[in-house]
Design a binder for this molecule. Sequence first.
Ligand code: ZN
Length: 125
Amino acid sequence: MSSELNRADAELAAGKYGKALRIAWNVVLDALRHKDVEVLRQAADLSTRIAEASSGKDREGAEQLARYAIASIDDIDNGTTQPSFWQRVLGKSAIPTKKCPDCAETIKREAQVCRFCGYRYSPSE
Ligand SMILES: [Zn+2]
């Protein structure tokens, strides 16, 4: 994990969600420049944990960041071009997510199979 993510993690542990989120944003934007999928994945995971721990505006922001990071991972995986940050955040392309009950990674809400661990959802889930 990058040192910046460790810092964000420490702020999260201290209950400073706004600060943790700001650091996480910087990590995501930096990882995007380098197309660093591993860091994006860690940042998405951290954002999900911030969202779970916080409430109100911090929670909204953290959920947004998690979605953005995951959408970016997909784009890099697919080799598609990167839409602008605001297109992603404000546009209709924001992808709803859910948390895998098996490995706790954040995945697309419509996914039938977890892309991280292979967990299979029953059709009713
Ligand atoms: Zn999983």
